[in-house]
Ligand binder design. Structure first.
Ligand SMILES: NC(=O)C1=CN([C@@H]2O[C@H](COP(=O)(O)OP(=O)(O)OC[C@H]3O[C@@H](n4cnc5c(N)ncnc54)[C@H](O)[C@@H]3O)[C@@H](O)[C@H]2O)C=CC1
Ligand SMILES: O=C(O)[C@H]1O[C@H](OP(=O)(O)OP(=O)(O)OC[C@H]2O[C@@H](n3ccc(=O)[nH]c3=O)[C@H](O)[C@@H]2O)[C@H](O)[C@@H](O)[C@@H]1O
Length: 436
């Protein structure tokens, strides 16, 4: 099939690359000329394991192309994906400007019948709006069907998630469009769930909100565990053995960040409020997360009183490992608050340092390696559980610092291991360990 993908971010580029890999002819269009230029040179504009190799392979095979011109992209397309951003606005609602602009771009350039699929995460009712905009602006005498096809990939494992997803959700009122999409996705061998447009749009928000709820729930339990002397790791494991609960997304830590959970939970609260519904549960999930992201700071202040003049190493800056994405990362809040407290911050991340420099306070210093960051510090905050960070042993910390004090926001180590070393170790939802 001939496919056009609009937007080459985490979702658009991964979708385009994977669809070309299963044999479709894909042309990706982006308004960002630099991005398009880089992709044409075989450089992925984002860090995502396996993506660049697959992109180059399919580009060279002639199944994948890149352009900045919408008319070129839409000329032969049977299917057009909208995969542009829907960022959060000041009041929490989703900003639909980019999606609406693409609808106009499609209407103005379409020359043949096509199915328009929204992959961007959009509030219930948006696909209908997309169709309205297209019909209002359309120039040629062509038929357009719309479908909602929300995306469930995770950053850091986006390529593998696309090939091995749990389900593909297709929401459309057109049987023809549903069948075409089912055919298009067939080579993936992933179960397809067909529904109406509004339900598909809601499935996306409900899924992200539910996952965020699981995280805030276990984080609340972890805070209780600390007060009651229980171990949240064991609690999560024991809970997860019940199939009805499941063992995934019960990793206590310093909260969820990223470009989606924070934005989509806020958007759903707003979506609810527009139909006069107070989504109290989700509001609490958000509040718990906001506090959790500051937890290492709170623990350090309780331990030391003032952090003024202290040197603190931040290990890991991205919102999760294996991505360069810094959106809503806990490192942003932590570094801002540490700087405000008068602490010196020495930051290190294997991949996202360039992106971090644009977002963290200017007072933050950067180290060339985790070892250098630790050696320049008095205290260590583990923010992101990169393998490179987890591979640092307590013996390393003993060698690098006179009295290692570690605040681990991702529970990278077992307490048994910590007890064997001369380290002070504070983690999440577990007892603190002090050297003898
Ligand atoms: N990042 C993720 O892991 C996931 C994101 N989503 C959703 O997918 C959507 C896209 O997210 P990301 O890929 O992270 O966004 P992104 O911000 O990384 O990329 C969006 C791209 O669209 C381009 N763009 C904007 N307007 C355009 C136009 N008129 N024509 C052509 N290109 C245009 C931008 O230049 C940019 O390259 C959002 O709605 C997000 O909520 C859904 C699942 C996973
Ligand atoms: O809509 C989206 O954009 C995507 O949002 C999340 O994917 P992503 O944000 O890339 O990453 P996750 O692995 O879900 O992690 C999100 C945050 O939750 C945190 N997390 C995750 C799991 C857990 O048990 N505990 C926990 O604190 C992570 O550290 C991270 O900060 C969802 O998992 C995807 O299904 C969805 O498509």
């Amino acid at each position: 099939m001939q496919i056009a993908v609009v937007g080459t971010g985490y979702v658009g580029l991964v979708t385009g690359v994977c669809l070309s890999d299963i044999g479709h002819h894909v042309i990706c269009v982006d308004i960002d000329e630099q991005k398009v230029e880089r992709m044409r040179k075989g450089i992925s504009p984002i860090y995502e394991p396996g993506l660049e190799e697959l992109m180059v392979k399919n580009y060279e095979a002639g199944r994948l192309n890149f352009t900045t011109e919408h008319n070129k992209a839409f000329k032969d397309a049977d299917v057009i994906y909208i995969a542009v951003g829907t960022p959060q606005q000041e009041d929490g609602t989703a900003d639909l400007r980019f999606v609406e602009q693409v609808a106009i771009d499609i209407a103005e350039n379409l020359q043949k019948d096509a199915i328009v699929i929204t992959k961007s995460t959009v509030p219930v009712g948006t696909n209908e709006k997309v169709k309205r905009i297209i019909l209002e602006h359309i120039k040629a005498d062509v038929k357009v069907e719309v479908a909602s096809n929300p995306e469930f990939l995770r950053e850091g494992s986006a390529v593998s998630d696309t090939f091995n997803g749990d389900r593909i959700v297709i929401g459309t009122e057109s049987e023809e469009a549903a069948n075409t999409l089912e055919e298009l996705y067939k080579p993936f061998g992933i179960p397809v769930f067909k529904t109406d447009i509004r339900s598909a749009e809601m499935i996306k928000y409900a899924s992200n909100a539910f996952l965020a709820t699981k995280i805030s729930f276990i984080n609340e339990i972890s805070n209780l565990c600390e007060k009651l002397g229980a171990n949240v790791g064991d609690v999560a494991q024991g809970m997860g053995m019940d199939d009805r609960i499941g063992n995934k997304f019960l990793q206590a830590g310093i909260g969820y960040g990223g470009s989606c959970f924070p934005k989509d939970t806020n958007a759903l609260v707003q979506i609810a409020s527009f139909v006069e519904h107070e989504f109290n549960l989700l509001k609490s999930v958000i509040q718990v997360n906001n506090e959790q992201q500051r937890l290492l700071m709170k623990k350090a202040k309780e331990r030391f009183g003032s952090l003024k003049g202290m040197k603190i190493a931040l290990l890991g800056l991205a919102f999760k490992p294996n991505t360069d994405d810094m959106r809503e990362a806990a490192s942003i809040i932590l570094s801002e608050e540490l700087v405000k407290e008068g602490a010196e911050v020495i930051a290190y991340d294997p991949i996202s340092m360039d992106n971090a420099k644009k977002l963290l306070p200017e007072q933050v210093q950067y180290a060339g390696s985790a070892e250098e960051a630790v050696k320049r510090a008095d205290v260590v905050f583990i923010v992101t559980e990169w393998n490179e960070v987890k591979e640092i042993t307590f013996t390393d910390y003993e060698n690098w610092l006179e009295i290692p004090v570690i605040f681990d926001g991702r529970n990278c180590y077992s307490l048994e291991e910590a007890r064997k070393h001369r380290v002070e170790y504070h983690s999440i939802g577990r007892r603190s360990i002090y050297p003898d």
